[in-house]
Design a protein around this ligand. Structure first.
Ligand code: ZN
Length: 142
């Protein structure tokens, strides 16, 4: 297929290095598509857009230390919970749970809550920190 941008090069299929834009940030990802060797024009199959959205969201989450969609799903499944049960367990809304597993990016506070509610080691460290703070002899008035 001829490049629609330059009108000269022939698009070549392969794994592209793409600078995706997520929340105003450039996030590098690799994704299958076609590229013009002459001008660098990149094209992704429209049937792949959902997968592309998930890939970019996961790249953003990995960059920011947030749980990816797969990680969220596997943590829930490891507890043997349905999405409804997990919504009850975390008090996050069911639509939010569904969206995060499909690629919507959870904020940092929700990410922390999910870690506390799905990982015994994270919960234990939090317990120790809180207990230590509560043991301090003279609480600071804030
Ligand atoms: Zn081109």
């Amino acid at each position: 297929m001829t490049c629609p941008e330059s009108g000269e090069g022939t698009l070549k299929e392969g794994i592209l290095n793409i600078q995706a834009q997520v929340r105003g940030e450039q996030v590098p990802i690799q994704f299958p598509g076609a590229e013009c060797p002459m001008c660098g024009f990149q094209e992704i199959d429209s049937a792949q857009m959902a997968a592309y959205g998930l890939a970019t969201a996961d790249a953003y989450r990995a960059k920011h230390g947030l749980l990816t969609s797969d990680e969220l799903r596997s943590r829930r499944r490891r507890l043997g919970m349905s999405q409804v049960e997990f919504a009850n367990h975390t008090k996050a809304s069911l639509p939010s749970i569904k969206r995060w597993e499909l690629g919507a990016i959870q904020d940092e506070a929700m990410d922390e809550l999910i870690r506390l509610k799905t990982d015994a080691e994270t919960a234990r460290k939090n317990l120790e920190k809180v207990a230590r703070l509560l043991e301090q002899p003279s609480p600071v008035e804030v």
